[in-house]
Design a protein around this ligand. Structure first.
Ligand code: SF4
Ligand code: SF4
Length: 378
């Protein structure tokens, strides 16, 4: 069963009143980072003090709890760069696989040491997603920092070396380039580079630039957007030939082109779902709990939980800032079943979407659309 099917099955259970643990738990070990990428939303922000971060011992404890509670997937991400807390991240990966949960590590790819690469291959870690934006050092180093291209390529080669030496297929190394004015015409080159390095997945990300003059230059002009869609067409054909899995088929014009202004896109989705729900109510077509999940804007509060570096938790980062639930004071299960989470879920069902949802991210909007489509067929 694929991820979408598993998520749908969980939602259908919730509809029947059968509660589940979160399907995915996203951990943000730190907001510190060794880089200063042009596209980073943390640019100019101070990192948390080390003593405010969830401790390594707490992470180990809560990953163990996640395994016992029924969480199926751990995603270690940022925020900052997870490998800036090297030992903590390394420990989380071990506990994740001890409980047979699926593991994804999202990283800038520059801080690996060979011991961790070897460990990830040995324990059967599932996915390593690397933020490589350019197919050459000129593009990549301009966007993410001097020397990043060379270091990332060296680390990808080390993954291939250890996978071949230990006769393992995992982890799958994937590329997650952020599309911007410096690489919108290099999609095919990125696919060629991926192919040469045994990489079978490339997922293009929409740009969300921080509000500073320098980074705003990364937003594509109207002419560049026109050209971008022709490059997408060519890259789709190439991906097919090279048998590389991409999200090029699903790129949404609005989400890609609205860049830093996703509010309009989210509001449109939310309004559309509330309207459809109201229409059904007016026509007496809503069959109580059976239809609960068919027309809602967001499914995260039933399937996903995140933990920020300071322990704040919720279904996603913007909401975690407002719920005031902290993993340092509660267990995962206590938080997931808390009154605040229940109230939040009720709000989403009734179309009461909080203002902070304006800070949602493009990929989550797409993911929610996919889930909604799938739920509606059941
Ligand atoms: S690697 Fe990630 S967290 Fe670090 S500066 Fe770049 S975008 Fe920001
Ligand atoms: S911010 Fe996005 S993921 Fe979070 S609750 Fe709002 S719509 Fe859902």
């Amino acid at each position: 069963m694929n991820k979408l099917e598993k998520q749908t099955e969980i939602l259908l259970d919730w509809q029947k009143g059968i509660k589940h643990a979160p399907f995915s738990l996203h951990l943000f070990p730190t907001n510190k980072c060794n880089l200063k990428c042009m596209t980073c939303s943390l640019r100019g922000k101070e990192p948390y003090e080390a003593d405010k971060e969830v401790s390594k011992a707490q992470y180990v404890k809560l990953t163990n709890e996640a395994g016992k509670y029924g969480v199926q997937r751990i995603v270690i991400t940022g925020g900052g760069e997870p490998l800036a807390r090297y030992d903590t991240t390394k420990a989380i990966t071990k506990v994740t696989k001890k409980h047979n949960m699926e593991g994804t590590l999202i990283t800038n790819g520059t801080l690996f040491k060979e011991d961790l690469i070897k460990q990830l291959v040995e324990i059967g870690w599932d996915y390593v997603q690397i933020s490589l934006d350019g197919p050459d050092s000129k593009t990549q180093d301009f966007l993410r920092g001097k020397g990043t291209f060379r270091t990332i390529m060296k680390n990808i080669k080390l993954f291939n070396h250890w996978k071949s030496k230990l006769s393992k297929n995992l982890p799958e190394v994937e590329l997650i380039p952020v599309v911007n004015s410096k690489n919108f015409d290099k999609l095919s080159e990125l696919l060629i580079l991926a192919n040469k390095n045994n990489i079978r997945h490339v997922t293009f990300q929409s740009l969300r630039v921080p509000d500073n003059k320098e980074s705003r230059k990364l937003i594509l002009s109207k002419t560049q957007y026109k050209l971008f869609w022709t490059h997408v067409k060519k890259a789709k054909e190439l991906a097919f030939q090279l048998e590389i899995i991409t999200n090029l088929e699903n790129l949404d014009k609005k989400i890609m082109e609205e860049t830093s202004n996703l509010t309009a896109v989210i509001n449109h989705d939310i309004k559309e779902q509330s309207k459809q729900k109201q229409d059904k109510l007016n026509k007496g077509l809503n069959k109580g709990h059976v239809d609960t999940f068919k027309n809602i804007a967001c499914y995260q509060p039933w399937i996903e939980m995140i933990i920020k570096p300071d322990g704040l938790t919720g279904p996603c980062p913007p909401v975690a800032d407002n719920l005031h639930l902290n993993i340092k004071n509660n267990t995962l299960a206590e938080i997931w079943t808390s009154k605040q989470m229940e109230e939040f879920r009720k709000g989403i069902i009734t179309g009461n979407i909080p203002e902070c949802c304006e800070r949602c991210c493009g990929n989550l909007i797409l993911e929610n659309r996919e889930i909604r489509k799938n739920v509606q067929t059941k």
